[in-house]
Design a protein around this ligand. Structure first.
Ligand code: MN
Length: 413
């Protein structure tokens, strides 16, 4: 049997060899989020359907959700319903372990957490740090998952006041991981499973670990100007399952003995993520370095950034991307009339439309004074924002506006 052979090989590596465990790692669902006014909830529901199917097919030992489950502290009722149903479906298939991120309200996400079935562990409280979720295997303990929710620095410092922690994420996460290591030390040999090796240790956290690449859709978590945490803080883990950064990425641990990764968000939340392939990580911990397989998430609609003159943007070169959510920059020297409508005819799902002439006027000062003809001032402004003379229609609008203003003035007298 291949399985027995693998276990035999594992044994030959000595006592540091870890037993086989499989986890699925995801994060940053941001349920209830919009993309430039587009409600993403239906697409988030589609991702959760995909995730349920993935978990059903892979049968992992655990599903890890590394924070920012909701987009905001008080999420819309529809998002709460969606999560409630997702928890039920997922916890019927595997052990679910979730933590709060910087967008979640620990109290609201953690509501009634102590009453949930054991297959669903939602960890949002500081008091839980250092207490693992034990993954049960066929012959005993299969692995340990230490959930570390996003820590409010000031709260953590006051609760752990005896440690006199510096006011930084690095310091409070250091204290949190101190609790993880203390628990591991206390367990000692108990943390070993039968004769197939040591139970692997997974730490899950929501943090900005140094070396990670940010994009435009993460909320800044800096405290006193410091948001980065050195990856070494998490030493002792075999796998560090991270949430917070929305691009899927590996974090270099500087060691072949353990691995750290951001699963990234399942959907793009900004145009800066247009080039990313959103995915879910299936992680196998066995023997030495974890093996990771990225499973692409369903794409509701690709994102594209398009830039050029209206004539360029009408070219067939863009035809494959017409149905994308688009951020369109029109570069005609003069702002084309009916810009928004014309762009929408080319890209029906354009979400951001702007005009950026190739040679924008240098910092122009428009002098407004009693002595000047108001129409001349208005024309100058149109020239400044549009890059050209007002069209006849715009001239008529300016004149009509001026007349209305004058009529209003004389009425007020
Ligand atoms: Mn996030």
């Amino acid at each position: 049997m291949g399985r027995a052979g693998a276990a035999g090989r594992a044994l030959s590596h000595g006592p540091s060899t870890i037993a086989a465990v499989k986890v699925i790692h995801t994060s940053d669902w941001h349920l209830g989020r919009c993309l430039h006014g587009v409600d993403l909830l239906g697409h988030q529901a589609a991702y959760l359907d995909h995730l349920v199917a993935l978990v059903a097919a892979e049968r992992p030992d655990a599903l890890l959700v590394a924070g920012d489950i909701f987009d905001r502290a008080a999420p819309p009722a529809e998002a709460v319903d969606l999560l409630s149903e997702a928890w039920r479906r997922l916890a019927e298939l595997t052990q679910v372990v979730a933590i709060s991120g910087n967008h979640d309200s620990p109290a609201r996400l953690g509501f009634a957490a102590a009453c949930l079935r054991p297959e669903l562990r939602v960890v949002t409280a500081l008091a839980q740090v250092g207490r693992p979720v034990e993954l049960a295997g066929a012959d005993g303990l299969a692995g340990l998952v230490y959930p570390v929710p996003f820590l409010d620095v000031d709260l953590a410092r006051s609760r752990w006041a005896d440690e006199a922690l510096e006011r930084s994420h690095q310091a409070v996460l250091g204290a949190a991981l101190g609790r993880v290591r203390a628990d591991l030390a206390r367990r000692g040999d108990l943390a070993r499973r039968g004769n197939t090796g040591r139970a692997p240790v997974v730490v899950m956290a929501h943090a900005f670990v140094s070396g990670g690449t940010a994009c435009e859709s993460e909320r800044d978590i800096s405290v006193g100007g410091v948001d980065n945490v050195a990856v070494e803080v998490f030493a002792g883990a075999d796998y560090l399952a991270l949430g917070h950064l929305h691009g899927p990425q590996v974090v270099n641990t500087g060691s072949g003995d353990w691995a750290a990764r951001y699963s990234g968000s399942p959907l793009a939340f900004s145009f800066s993520e247009a080039g990313q392939t959103k995915s879910t990580a299936v992680v196998r911990l066995e023997g030495s370095a974890p093996r990771v397989e990225l499973v692409a998430a369903p794409v509701p609609r690709p994102l594209v950034e398009a830039s050029g003159s209206l004539a360029d943007l009408a070219s067939p070169a863009w035809d494959q991307r017409r149905q994308a959510w688009a951020k369109v920059t029109v570069t005609d020297p003069v702002r084309p009339p009916d810009l928004y409508q014309r762009v929408r005819r080319l890209f029906p799902h354009a979400l951001v439309v702007r005009h950026a002439p190739p040679d924008p006027p240098a910092n122009t000062t428009i002098v407004v004074s009693q002595a000047r003809d108001p129409l001349a001032v208005a024309r100058e402004f149109v020239r400044f924002v549009g890059g050209g003379e007002p069209t006849p229609a715009e001239e008529r609008s300016l004149a009509a506006g001026l007349e209305l203003a004058r009529a209003g003035e004389s009425e007020a007298r």
